[in-house]
Ligand binder design. Structure first.
Ligand code: BGC
Length: 250
């Protein structure tokens, strides 16, 4: 049984899954509190776990760059009040390099793996055929690339410039949707898909994340929309990935 946790800019969600990915309970969620220091996030994991059935291992999808269970970037959480607020040097100091896999394994008493949230979500949706790209439309823009089902190096498109000096996050993130409205935002999503195609020549692209339900643009046969639930289901697949294992509870 896997406790799958999906950590987002606005909500932190969890569910317990059986070995085939079937949810064993109703998904639990808490709004993401700000400021959010690493220890507070781990405490929230404990609270969510207590509301769910028994689990043997933990999988976490985190909205930033993660390597070997350590956080290399936490763009939402280094800001005391979330995305609109300035970076807080103290939060930055506490997040960067934080071993979230080890801290979670210790707190929950179960081996833990942590990956980037879009990479984890992607693991649940790709078919394993050709070059597949997964983009998640949420508070920020998550990206993951797969070749024949194998997860490639993490591409942090979120902070890469896309158009007119705006990064992917600024161009199609939650704030942009709120500011420019659904119609213009949909045109931006279509342009982003063209740019990503020119960059990677994907065979198939999946659009997931909380705002994928707002996509109305006709993006052609090589693009499909996927349910945000994949963020949780990918937790099972994260445990199938070859990884350095430094995740035992101590
Ligand atoms: C982060 C990415 C993350 C995405 C979706 C971005 O702000 O930089 O790492 O995958 O948000 O949560």
């Amino acid at each position: 049984m896997t406790l799958a946790l999906d950590v987002g800019g606005t909500g932190i969600k969890g569910d317990a899954l059986d070995p085939r990915g079937k949810p064993l309970a109703e998904r639990v969620r808490v709004p993401t509190p700000y400021p959010l220091a690493p220890e507070r996030l781990v405490a929230i994991f404990g609270e969510l776990a207590a509301r769910l059935p028994h689990f043997d291992r933990v999988a976490v999808g985190f909205p930033g760059v993660v390597r070997d269970g350590r956080i290399l970037s936490a763009p939402h959480y280094v800001r005391a009040q979330g995305d609109d607020s300035p970076v807080d040097p103290e939060l930055e100091r506490r997040w960067l390099g934080f071993d979230l896999a080890r801290a979670t394994a210790t707190a929950l008493g179960r081996p833990t793996r942590v990956g980037n949230d879009a990479d984890v979500q992607g693991l649940a949706v790709v078919t394993g055929k050709g070059l597949e790209v997964v983009l998640t439309l949420g508070t920020g823009l998550g990206s993951a690339v797969f070749q024949d089902g194998v997860l490639g190096p993490h591409l942090e498109l979120a902070h890469h410039p896309l158009r007119k000096g705006l990064t992917y996050n600024q161009y199609v993130g939650e704030e942009a949707l709120r500011k420019i409205g659904k119609k213009r935002w949909n045109r931006r999503v279509a342009r982003m898909v063209e740019v990503v195609h020119a960059l990677l020549f994907f065979d198939h692209l999946y659009l997931g994340g909380g705002n994928s339900s707002r996509v109305e643009a006709d993006l052609g046969p090589n693009v499909s929309l996927v349910d945000n639930q994949a963020g949780i289901l990918g937790g099972i697949r994260l445990w199938d990935q070859p990884m350095k294992s430094r995740t035992r509870a101590r």
